[in-house]
Structure formats: C-alpha cells, structure tokens
Design a protein around this ligand. Structure first.
Ligand SMILES: *Cc1c(COP(=O)(O)O)cnc(C)c1O
Length: 386
C-alpha cells in the first residue's frame, strides 16, 4: 500500500467507526465518507457516484457481474461470450455457469493476446445475454480494443462487462465512450488495501425501459441498494478512494515513467539474452507489465533464483503460480507448453526506481546462464572423453 493510503485508513479506523447504515450521527458520518469515496472512485472512469457498488474484491465483482446478469436474464437466453485468456475469477465463473446449462463461447486470441472483433460479432446469437472480456490481461499485459467491443455489444443490445482490475488506475477509462455496462476493479491493484473491490453498474442495473438486467448473488441486508448485502467496509473504501486520488494526481507522470522502465527491460533482455522472447503485445500493453520467455529453463527456477538475489518476480499469474499447469494465457497465444513453462512476469510500479531496474538487468543474465547450464534441455557441446 502507498503509505498515504495507510495513513488515511488508520484515520478512518479511529474516527469513522460508525456503521454507515445507522441513523445516529456517527453512522451518518461514515455514510458521508462512503458517498465521497464513491464519487472519487466513479470519477476515474466517468461514471456517476451511485453506479459504484462496493464488494470485497475484484473476484467478487466479477462473480456478481457475470452470475448476476446470467441469472437475471436466463429467460431471454443462455449464451455468454468471453475470451480464452480471462483471469480465473471470470473463467471459473463461466465454467460454473456452463455446468448449470449456460453456453459459453471462449474467443481465441492471436499471438499478441488480442481477440478478433469480427469473430466476436459473428459469435453473437439471439441467445447472447452477456459479453465479458477483460480490459487488460494480468499476465501478458495486452490491452483489448474495449471501445470497439463496447460498440459491438451496444449495437446488438447485449450487456457488456469488463474485468478492468488490471486497467483501473493504470490507463484511461471512460465507461460512456467505451459503452461499458459493468466494470470490475480492485483496490489492492492500485496501492490500496486488499479485500476491497467495486463493480460499476450502468444506470444502477436498469435498462432504459426500467427493467433490471442484474440481480444480487448474495442475500442479507439492504446495503448497496440491495445489490450487495453486509456491513460496508468504510475504512477500506476510504483507502480505496485515497488510492484513486493519488493515481489521478500521478498518472500523468507515472504512465510515461513506467512505460520507459518497461521498455528498457524488454529492449535489454531481447538484445542481450539469447533465446529470449516477449509475450504479449509490444506496444498495446499495460505500462507496468513485462512478460518474457526464456527457452530451455523453467520460470519457477528463475523466480526462485531471482528471489535469492532480492528480486521479486513471478511466472504467469500470482493466483495460479502454485499449480504446475502451464498458463492458459500463454497456451492461448500459441506457446508450446515447454516454452510457456519458461515465462517470467516482471512488473514495475510507483515505487520502482531506475537503479532497481539496472540491478535486475545486471543479475538476470547470470541467473539465466546458470540455470541453462544446469538444464537438460540446453543444447550442449558433447563432452570430450578423458
Ligand atoms: C487481481 C485480479 C482479479 C482478482 O482481484 P482480487 O481483488 O484479488 O479478487 C481479477 N481480475 C484480474 C484481471 C486481476 O488482475
């Protein structure tokens, strides 16, 4: 977390401890903090204050969007379109609906991780009730043509959800211009606290004719306009709003700064380490994301060796790094399983300095060389018998 966010949360833990649903003035004070936070969080994506619904995470927001639309509209159709590179929060929700009788189209992606717009439009049927396609990919950083996807959804009158957990706070988003109906975000991806997320719901879940297009998936009290029950996490949400304020202030400097560090890593590695390659799109990618492939070795070994050098990196996704399956994202962009195993995800952030990047680039070639010397897959000169 950004220390300024921690300070803000601490302040609210101490002073704003009322329950925002209570009538007494302590509760009212908490309610005001909530309203102000909603306003700030909405303003980053050109949404209205009351279209922000707080959840416990990005995962919950994805579940609410997809399950909520599927269950509400099942009489109108049972077809959902998504991509083959979604975060597990979307992918596994769709898989669950598939078991419940819904029909899911998993659009393929090209070698950069981009979906094909014509293929998207061609896969729409009379039964299609939802298009859910992520804004930016968490493993390879590829940014989808969201505005074009939104236009297609809008033209066919289909609800459009985007998992923007990686994009919110990192790149510019306008829900109106991009025709987005539902958008998920999570505070911890932008230096806010873990366990705080939100779902943007266009027009609070009502179509132009007044019919609702989404229903809750949890049941309890009437919080968040009956869309998401349970006592609201006011300090966490105030921290989320503080994180958004910081992003708004610093985006203009941070996007070009991080992009430059990102490109410095990519350029150095591709020029100086043999049999290395970039995963994802060279330019249409998140400013902070690098995903590299190294032949003959395993990403997990690179991560552990880098860790002993004081560098924290990851393989595919932090959420799945404990499974030994190759990343579904890297397979979807066409990598062979053995090449998908040799991937390394490196992200830069607000607190990453140029010196740290230089240190990383100094250590990485040694790590790769050492691991390749140990690898049975590396082509080696035959040993000379003594
Ligand atoms: C991190 C992430 C999520 C999950 O968010 P949580 O708040 O950790 O549940 C969902 N989608 C994407 C793209 C992510 O990067």
């Amino acid at each position: 977390m950004d220390p300024r966010v921690i300070e803000e949360i601490e302040k609210h833990f101490k002073a704003t401890y009322g329950n925002s649903s209570s009538l007494h003035s302590l509760g009212q004070k908490a309610g005001q903090v909530l309203t102000k936070s909603r306003e700030i969080i909405a303003s980053l994506i050109n949404a209205k204050r009351d279209e922000i619904f707080f959840t416990s995470s990005g995962t919950e927001a994805d579940n609410l969007a997809i399950m909520g639309v599927a269950l509400k509209n099942k009489k109108m159709g049972n077809h959902i379109i998504t991509s083959s590179i979604e975060h597990h929060a979307v992918e596994n929700t769709c898989k669950h609906l598939e078991e419940e009788g819904f029909q899911i189209t998993y659009l393929p992606v090209n070698k950069f991780g981009l979906i094909n717009l014509k293929q998207l439009e061609d896969s729409i049927t009379d039964n299609t009730i939802l298009i859910t396609i992520m804004f930016a990919n968490n493993e390879i950083g590829t940014i989808q043509p969201i505005e074009e996807i939104g236009k297609i959804a809008n033209k066919h009158n289909i609800i459009f959800h985007t998992d923007a957990v990686q994009a919110y706070g990192k790149i510019a988003i306008d829900v109106d211009k991009m025709h987005i109906d539902l958008l998920s975000a999570s505070a911890h991806k932008l230096y806010g606290p873990k366990g705080v997320g939100m779902l943007y719901i266009r027009n609070k879940g009502f179509r132009e004719d007044g019919e609702s297009y989404i229903e809750p998936i949890m049941f309890g009290g009437g919080h968040e306009w009956n869309m998401r029950p349970s006592t609201v996490n006011v300090p966490g949400i105030a921290g989320f709003a503080k994180a958004v304020e910081l992003v708004k202030d610093e985006m203009e400097i941070e996007i070009p700064r991080q992009t430059r560090l990102r490109d410095k890593i990519i350029k150095y590695v591709l020029e100086n380490i043999d049999d290395s390659f970039l995963n994802g799109h060279p330019t249409q990618r998140l400013p902070n994301n690098v995903n590299l492939g190294f032949k003959y070795i395993e990403g997990e070994s690179i991560v552990l060796d880098l860790d002993s050098e004081g560098i924290g990196a990851s393989t595919g996704s932090a959420c799945s790094s404990k499974s030994l399956e190759p990343s579904h994202v890297l397979l979807a962009i066409g990598l062979k399983p053995q090449d998908a195993h040799g991937s390394l995800r490196v992200t830069v952030g607000r607190f990453t300095t140029e010196d740290e990047i230089d240190y990383f680039l100094e250590r990485l070639p040694h790590v790769i060389k050492r691991l390749r010397e140990l690898s049975p897959l590396t082509k080696r000169k035959p040993k000379v018998d003594k």
